[in-house]
Design a protein. Structure first.
Lengths: 152, 149
């Protein structure tokens, strides 16, 4: 077995997704480059990946998010950009994890709508979110009846 | 600021909303980052070594398949730190092999067993549901200790 020496230790990587009628990923990338100050910015089809020291990454993301708060979404990434274990340039096909992004980006317009509507919502209004339907389990008494009916 | 466990652990929507409303989302990426930034023996792609299923014994019994125990070594530390949880039920993209499926079941079970505040949801499928989804998450997060709003 080979020894493993990690790259980019002490850094964090965050994805910035943009799904806006007024801003494209390249607009966002230009803004990010303007304030990057040594932080690694990678433009992608859906937005950006920002890699650097945590405080620098957070500073850039706060500035970017302010451009269009309800249409820009951020999440952590474990791997740095271009890592050969994840990058599709090495693996071919869609990157693992892409399908999750694809699924959620299909729903993101509902979340943007929810964020837009939030300030106009009355504070005492109880939300009724889509909740999982509860299935009634088989009651123990009923199970006992079934067993007894089979035995007799 | 509370540590909020999110399920699915890779969810963009949950991760963003939790951070946006002033709390810390506990997502899989944080654990993966920690593992791949730790020097050791090379074990691509996720640097999971034979030691990890042993660590997973803390959360899963020895007769549980090693695939589940290995995954639990990744998610277990997040569970330990969780002070609240948001669970989106039936996420289509979490569909995977038996190891993934059983780990997902075990994770949700352990979250409920921990007796922390839990918000149960489904993904929204319309504008109206989207508004209620976001409002419910906001309300839940505001009720947690250390909420900024």
């Amino acid at each position: 077995m080979k020894m493993y020496t990690p790259r980019y230790t002490g850094t964090v990587t965050k994805y910035v997704f943009v799904e806006s009628p007024e801003m494209t990923p390249s607009d966002l990338a230009i803004r990010a480059y303007e304030i990057s100050q040594g932080v690694m910015i990678k433009e992608t089809c859906f937005g950006l990946q920002v890699t650097g020291k945590e405080e620098d990454v957070n500073r850039i993301i706060d500035s970017l998010r302010a451009l269009d708060p309800v249409h820009i979404f951020v999440k952590d990434r474990g791997f740095p950009p271009g890592d050969t274990r994840r990058c599709r340039a090495n693996l071919g096909g869609a990157r693992p994890g892409y399908f999750g992004h694809e699924f959620e980006m299909g729903l993101i317009r509902f979340i943007s709508g929810g964020l837009t509507a939030l300030p106009s919502r009355r504070p005492d209004e109880v939300p009724e979110p889509p909740a999982p339907k509860r299935r009634e389990g088989l009651a123990a008494d009923r199970l006992k009846e079934i067993i007894e009916s089979q035995e007799s | 600021m509370a540590n909020v466990f999110i399920f699915p652990t890779t969810s963009l929507i949950l991760s963003d909303l939790v951070a946006r409303f002033g709390h810390t989302p506990l997502s899989a990426a944080m654990q993966i980052r920690e593992i791949i930034q730790t020097p050791g023996l090379e074990s691509p792609p996720l640097q999971i070594t034979p030691e990890d299923p042993k660590k997973g014994l803390h959360w899963a019994a020895v007769e549980v398949p090693s695939g589940v125990r290995g995954r639990m070594s990744l998610y277990g530390p997040l569970l330990e730190r969780a002070e609240a949880a948001i669970i989106v039920n039936n996420p289509e993209y979490s569909f995977g092999c038996m190891g993934c499926a059983r780990t997902n079941e075990l994770l949700v079970f352990l979250v409920r067993k921990k007796k922390i505040p839990v918000l149960d949801l489904e993904y929204p499928t319309s504008d109206e549901e989207g508004r209620e989804f976001v409002a419910a998450i906001r309300r839940f997060l505001d009720s947690l200790p250390g909420a900024s709003a």
